[in-house]
Design a protein around this ligand. Structure first.
Ligand code: ZN
Length: 323
């Protein structure tokens, strides 16, 4: 079979766009690598936050939809999004987040690694995990980040899912994407691809009584898994069809090509190609500075820009970076 290589990106629903930017760029120190619109709701933004070069595996994207109302964690909706950070970083991060007024949870140990759970300003559950098993893919520190390079987020690490009964979900993740069981700890059953490094982990919790989840502000919209190219994507799609019988077919997202499928409990999955990447339509030195539109919307640019909430990119604070 063809296995996915790990998480490609995760897309979530955020609140007010400026607050979303201020937190993910200003506090978490990620780079806004693409400022675009939701292709199905062109009067709203689509923000892409990542490392300096927008490598697959580092990218958390948002639909800032403040009018939607809060999401509800539960079955059928992806849960906590985990990032990986270098060993020894959590003390710095804990202070940094508290100083920014962020709700930080108690430190935990999961699968032998220190984890700091916290919640973003719009209610989304996040965590930072210190790990020695770095993802095998590329990471480029962002020089203008508000976070010093030695502490910067390296990549997406894991994503959580709570289900009533894991058998169908596990069959799907195994048969379609190649995930295998790696162990259980703190109530989490970890499924991995590759060597189970950061970015190659899905943590499933079984709770027969949990209510159904619902999309809203602060919830994950979908999780995209990586394939190197369209050939691998086609094979994975055939594996998906063999297990679920449904796929969206290939959709061109310009920076990558995607298919979408729901796993059996209802959580939305995407399979995205590594290329061509965020440099395909912008100078890498100026990623995210101008609004990028799909070609068919270009003739409506003035109208679209007039309907979008004005935003200002947080300016890096060298004082913060030097601390
Ligand atoms: Zn996506």
């Amino acid at each position: 079979m063809t296995r996915v290589h790990g998480i490609h990106h995760i897309t979530a629903i955020g609140g007010a766009p400026q607050e979303n930017l201020d937190f993910y760029v200003g506090v978490l120190g990620l780079r806004l690598v693409k400022k675009s619109i939701n292709q199905d709701a062109p009067d709203t933004y689509h923000f892409f936050f990542a490392d300096a070069e927008g490598h697959p595996g580092t990218d958390l994207t948002f639909f800032p939809w403040p009018d939607m109302g809060p999401g509800r964690l539960g079955a059928g909706v992806w849960g906590e999004v985990g990032f990986v950070v270098p060993p020894g970083s959590l003390t710095w991060w804990e202070e940094h987040l508290r100083r920014a007024g962020i709700t930080v949870g108690e430190r935990e140990v999961r699968f032998g690694e220190p984890v700091l759970p916290f919640v973003d300003p719009h209610g989304m559950g996040l965590s930072l995990t210190e790990t020695h098993t770095y993802p095998s893919f590329a990471f480029t520190p962002w020089e203008q980040s508000s976070v010093p390079a030695e502490h910067q987020i390296r990549a997406l690490g894991s994503v959580a899912l709570t289900v009533h009964d894991e058998s169908a979900t596990v069959d799907f993740l195994g048969g379609s994407f190649g995930f295998t069981f790696a162990g259980e700890d703190t109530g989490r059953r970890r499924y991995v691809v590759g060597d189970g490094a950061g970015g190659q982990r899905v943590d499933i919790t079984v709770d027969p009584k949990i209510h159904s989840g619902a999309w809203g502000v602060g919830s994950v919209h979908h999780v995209a898994f990586r394939v190197p190219d369209g050939t691998a994507q086609q094979t994975v799609e055939e594996q998906v069809l063999a297990h679920r019988g449904r796929s969206s077919g290939v959709i061109d997202r310009f920076w990558f090509a995607s298919i979408y499928v729901r796993e059996p409990s209802g959580a939305l999955c995407e399979v995205a190609t590594d290329g061509p990447g965020f440099g395909v339509d912008e100078d890498m030195a100026h990623l995210g500075e101008t609004l990028v539109l799909p070609p068919w919307y270009e003739e409506h640019r003035a109208k679209i820009e007039a309907h979008l909430t004005p935003i200002t990119l947080p300016t890096p604070t060298p004082a913060e970076a030097s601390r």
